[in-house]
Design a protein around this ligand. Structure first.
Ligand code: OAD
Length: 258
């Protein structure tokens, strides 16, 4: 934390009536889920987003795309929430007017005990039909003899929609796609009304999600950032806590309500 004790941040949190916790991939890094843009370890350093995370990619090679998301889903299922996720549930229980908004497609906030998470970029666990009808779908049981976990790079044919037989797609937002409207509206409302916004583990470069902390700042909230690295959000953050999500959030909560 570069010697920055989060006393002022803890005080602001302890006094807040409405808090938004806005999270990105760094939130789950200490659970073993890779981020996107970290050098070497980030998914976009190792994989081509254009071949894996666009509607065009899914049309061109559905087995490659479905297999990659099944690999990611398997990694998340193996992961456990870290002490940062748990600290967020403490914030929620101390401040009933709290809202968790995440860009993450994992379910680690939910598994830590957070009730109503706003998922701006969808979820690895809500597959749907790939047509505009977006019929909800379920994951098929793995056939006998299949390895329990798909390995990296394995191609898997997506299941077919039970209603229209179209290939089922992951329930995530791909590049070039709109965010789920209800989630975005709820996120903007929460950001407009909060007095503290805690932004955790996001590079703050993907819009419109990255506008959420800016909306809070413009509406008069104090923005507190938790990230080991500088980001474009540094300049709107009143306090920058340079450390990891698990480290800083645990200390923050322990200091705010000791
Ligand atoms: P990024 O990979 O862009 O950024 C992760 C951030 O987490 C970086 O700023 C890191 O410095 C920070 N970080 C790394 N380890 C950390 C730790 N242990 N604790 C706290 N912070 C840590 O991920 P996002 O900002 O979430 O979009 O990326 C935004 C969107 O880009 C994602 O939702 C995804 C991606 O393309 C979609 O899937 C639509």
């Amino acid at each position: 934390m570069e010697g920055v004790l989060p006393h002022r941040a803890a005080q602001l949190l302890g006094e807040a009536r409405r808090v938004v916790i806005f999270t990105g991939a760094g939130m789950s890094a200490e659970s073993g889920v890779p981020t996107f843009r970290d050098d070497l370890t980030g998914l976009w350093a190792r994989f081509d987003a254009q071949q894996l995370a666009t509607a065009e990619a899914f049309r061109t090679d559905p087995d490659l795309v479905w297999g990659w998301y099944e690999w990611r889903r398997a990694r998340v299922r193996r992961a456990e929430p870290n002490s940062g996720h748990l600290a967020i549930t403490t914030i929620e229980s101390r401040i009933p007017g709290s809202t968790v908004i995440t860009q993450n497609v994992d379910d680690l906030h939910e598994r830590a005990g957070t009730q109503a998470v706003i998922h701006l970029h969808g979820s690895l666990f809500t597959p749907r039909c790939g047509t505009a009808a977006a019929h909800p779908a379920t994951f098929p049981d793995p056939p006998d003899g299949e390895p329990a976990e798909p390995h990296e790079g394995r191609r898997i044919s997506p299941p077919r929609c039970a209603y229209c037989r179209a290939p089922v797609r992951p329930g995530v937002v791909w590049f070039g796609e709109a965010l789920p409207e209800a989630a975005l509206t709820a996120a903007v409302e929460a950001a407009t009304a909060c007095d503290v916004l805690l932004t955790v583990g996001t590079s703050g470069v993907v819009y419109p999600a990255a506008a959420i902390p800016q909306i809070a700042a413009r509406s008069g909230a104090t923005v507190i950032q938790v990230n080991p690295q500088p980001t474009p959000l540094d300049r709107i953050a009143a306090i920058n806590l340079r450390g990891t999500a698990a480290q800083v959030l645990s200390t923050l909560v322990a200091t705010a309500w000791r």
